[in-house]
Write a protein that binds this ligand. Structure first.
Ligand code: TEU
Length: 587
C-alpha cells in the first residue's frame, strides 16, 4: 500500500513546538505560562500551523525544566492550573490546531509520590524504580548519566543505589514491573480522555535496560548506552503501549529516540513495527560530535546530505520521517547549520525551506520562524541548564584545567548548550523583548531589538512571512507524499533534490505511465559564496515555475543557474487542483 493511500492528518501537518517557560509570561513572574500562550494562539493561527507540541507543564520541582515530573495529572503552579490548560486546549481546537502533550515516562521526579513511597519500600511501590543494594562507596555499574557523572545515586533512606540516566533528581522507572506500565498507560488514557491529540514521548527508546544491569564498554561514547538505548524489551513495551493506548491512528505518537538507526526507526514505526507515528532521529544533528556534544565540529554538507537522504529513502515505504533542525535541546539552527551574521535572514529561510520540502512532518521550534540565533553566555551565572552547569562545574573542579581549556569550554557552551534555545521568545523591541514585565528567568538574547515578532510581521520580507508561505506550501500533496531524489550529492555547498508525485487525475497516486507528474525542484546554497547549479541531464524541468525563493530570481529555471549566498529556490509544477482531497479535518 502506498503512503498516499493512507493519509492521516499528522502526515500533512506542520507542528509548532512551544517551550512554555520561555514563550510568553502573563503575570510578571519572569516565567512563561499557559495564559501567555493562550494570548498568543492567534499568532500561531496566523503562521498557519496545524498542531502545537507543548513541552512539559506538569507539576515539577524544575530540576530539568519540567522533565522531572512530580504529578502527571496536575499543572505546575508556575504555568497556571487545569482550567487554564482546558482553555488553552479549547482555544487551539477552535482554530483547528491540535494539541500534543509531552510524555516523560522513562523517569519521574524524585519528589513524585511513587519515588517517595519506593524509597520507603512501601508495598508494591518498592519495585517501581531500579534499586540495587551494595556498598555506598561503589555504584552497581559503570553507566554514565547523559548529563555527566555516574548514572547512580545512593539513597541514605533506603540504603541502596537508584538508577538515573539523567539528573539525580530524575530516577528511572523500572519498566520490567507490569504495575509501572499499567500506571503509565492509565495516565495516558486520562490525558486522551481530556481531548489531547497525541504525545511526544521523551527518550522512549531508553525505557528498557539489559537484565542484570551489566557494565558498559568504557570506550564507547556514553558508557552503558548499549544497555539502555533500544534495550532488549523496548519494542515489547512500546508495542504494548500502542495496543493498550494508542491504537487510534489519529493520535500522533512521536517517539524521541536518541541514537536510532533507520532500521531501528522502522521497528518503532513501520507498518509491521511497533506502531508509533514517527520518531525524532538524531543522526543529522549529532554526526559531527566526536566523544560528546561539547566537541562538535563543523558539520560537513555532503555528510549532512548523505544522512538526510538516507533517512528520506529509508523511510519512504515503511514509516514516516520527522523533520527538524532544532528544538529545546539543540542550539539554534541558524547558528549551527546556517550563518547568523550577515546572512542570518537568508540562511534562516534556507533552512526552513529544507525542513518544509523534504518528506515527513516539519516541526518548527518557537522563534525559528523569526530566525532567532544562539545567545552569548558571558559567565556561569548566565547559564540555567543543568547539563551545561555540570559541564562547566566539572571543568572548574578539575585542578588540571588551564586557561586554554577554559576558553574551549566556553566556546563549546556558547555553540552547543541547550540554553541557546531557551532564551525568551522575542515579541517586541521593548524591555525583555515583550516576554515579561518582570525579571526573565533566563536572559533575553541581546539581538531582540532587531529580531522580534512585531518587526517581522511589519516587514513583508521577513523570515516570519517566508515561513507562512512554507507552511502553506505543505498543502501540496507533492511535498508531503512525493518521492525524494538527491541531486549533486558531492557538491560541497549545494543541497539540491527533486520531489515527484504521479497522479491519475483524481487526486490519487497512480503508478501507470502517461499520467500527469507533479514535480518540485529545490536548490539551496549553504555558503557565504555564490555557487552554480547544473541540472543533471536526466532531470526534466518542463513546466516548473518558481514557487518560493529568498531572493529575486527567474520565474523559470534554466538547466544551469547561479545562486547567491544562502540562496534558496523552490520550483514546482503548477497545482492543478488535484491535491484537494485532503483529510476532512485538515486545517
Ligand atoms: O532529551 C533526551 C536526550 O537524550 C537529549 O536530547 C539530551 O537532552 C541532549 O542531547 C543533551 O544535550 C529529553 C528532553 O528533550 C530533554 O529536555 C530532557 O532533559 C531529557 O530528555 C530528560 O528528560
Amino acid at each position: 500500500m502506498s503512503r498516499r493511500d493512507d493519509p492521516v492528518w499528522w502526515k500533512e501537518a506542520v507542528v509548532y513546538q512551544v517551550y512554555p517557560k520561555s514563550f510568553a509570561d502573563s503575570d510578571g513572574d519572569g516565567v512563561g505560562d499557559l495564559q501567555g500562550l493562550i494570548d498568543r494562539v492567534d499568532y500561531l493561527d496566523d503562521l498557519g500551523v496545524d498542531a502545537v507540541w507543548l513541552n512539559p507543564v506538569y507539576e515539577s520541582p524544575q530540576a530539568d525544566n519540567g522533565y522531572d515530573i512530580s504529578d502527571y495529572r496536575a499543572i505546575d503552579d508556575a504555568y497556571g492550573d487545569m482550567d487554564d490548560w482546558e482553555r488553552l486546549r479549547d482555544e487551539l481546537h477552535d482554530r483547528d490546531i491540535r494539541l500534543i502533550m509531552d510524555l516523560v515516562v522513562n523517569h519521574t521526579s524524585d519528589e513524585h509520590e511513587w519515588f517517595q513511597r519506593s524509597r520507603r519500600e512501601e508495598g508494591e511501590y518498592a519495585d517501581y524504580y531500579h534499586w540495587v543494594e551494595g556498598s555506598p562507596d561503589e555504584p552497581p555499574n559503570n553507566w554514565q548519566s547523559v548529563f555527566g557523572g555516574p548514572a547512580w545515586s545512593y539513597d541514605d533512606e533506603r540504603e541502596a543505589w537508584y538508577l538515573h540516566l539523567f539528573d539525580e533528581r530524575q530516577p528511572d522507572l523500572d519498566w520490567t514491573n507490569p504495575a509501572v506500565r499499567e500506571e503509565v498507560f492509565d495516565m495516558m488514557r486520562w490525558w486522551l480522555d481530556r481531548g489531547i491529540d497525541g504525545f511526544r514521548m521523551d527518550v522512549i527508546n531508553m525505557i528498557s535496560k539489559t537484565e542484570g544491569l551489566p557494565d558498559g564498554d568504557p570506550d564507547a561514547g556514553l558508557t552503558g548506552a548499549e544497555h539502555f538505548m533500544n534495550g532488549p524489551r523496548v519494542h515489547e513495551y512500546v508495542g504494548e503501549m500502542v495496543d493498550e493506548v494508542l491504537d487510534d491512528e489519529e493520535v500522533l505518537a512521536v517517539g524521541e529516540t536518541p541514537g536510532v538507526s533507520v532500521e531501528d526507526a522502522k521497528q518503532y514505526v513501520g507498518p509491521d513495527g511497533d506502531g508509533l507515528s514517527m520518531v525524532f532521529q538524531f543522526e543529522h544533528v549529532t554526526f559531527d560530535h566526536d566523544e560528546h556534544k561539547w566537541d562538535a565540529g563543523d558539520p560537513s554538507l555532503p555528510e549532512f546530505k548523505r544522512i538526510l537522504a538516507k533517512w528520506q529513502r529509508g523511510l519512504a515505504d515503511d514509516g514516516w520521517n520527522s523533520l527538524y533542525l532544532n528544538n529545546h535541546d539543540q542550539p539554534r539552527m541558524v547558528s549551527r547549520f546556517g550563518s547568523d551574521g550577515e546572512y542570518r535572514r537568508e540562511s534562516a529561510k534556507l533552512l526552513g525551506t529544507l525542513t518544509h520540502t523534504l518528506g515527513g512532518t516539519p516541526f518548527v521550534y518557537q522563534g525559528e520562524e523569526l530566525g532567532m540565533t544562539n545567545a552569548p553566555f558571558e559567565s556561569r551565572e548566565d547559564l540555567r541548564d543543568v547539563e551545561a552547569l555540570n559541564y562547566v562545574d566539572a571543568a572548574i573542579a578539575d585542578p588540571e584545567t588551564d586557561a586554554e581549556e577554559y576558553a574551549d569550554v566556553r566556546e563549546a557552551v556558547e555553540a552547543m548548550c541547550r540554553d541557546n534555545a531557551r532564551t525568551p521568545m522575542q515579541w517586541t523591541d521593548e524591555e525583555h523583548a515583550g516576554f515579561t514585565d518582570g525579571d526573565p528567568w533566563i536572559g533575553v538574547n541581546p539581538n531582540y531589538a532587531e529580531v522580534n515578532v512585531e518587526r517581522a510581521r511589519a516587514d513583508p520580507d521577513s523570515v516570519f512571512h517566508y515561513y507562512r508561505e512554507l507552511v502553506a506550501l505543505r498543502d501540496r500533496d507533492l511535498l508531503v507524499y512525493g518521492d525524494f531524489e538527491l541531486l549533486a550529492p558531492d557538491h560541497p555547498s549545494l543541497f539540491a533534490y527533486t520531489r515527484t508525485l504521479e497522479r491519475d487525475g483524481t487526486g490519487r497516486e497512480a503508478g501507470d505511465s502517461g499520467v500527469p507528474t507533479e514535480r518540485a525542484l529545490v536548490v539551496l546554497n549553504f555558503d557565504d559564496e555564490p555557487a552554480t547549479f547544473d541540472l543533471p541531464d536526466d532531470v526534466a524541468v518542463d513546466g516548473l515555475e518558481l514557487a518560493l525563493a529568498n531572493d529575486d530570481v527567474p520565474e523559470v529555471p534554466g538547466r544551469s543557474f547561479d545562486l547567491g549566498p544562502w540562496e534558496a529556490r523552490v520550483y514546482l509544477t503548477p497545482d492543478d487542483g488535484a491535491a484537494t482531497d485532503r483529510h476532512p479535518d485538515q486545517h
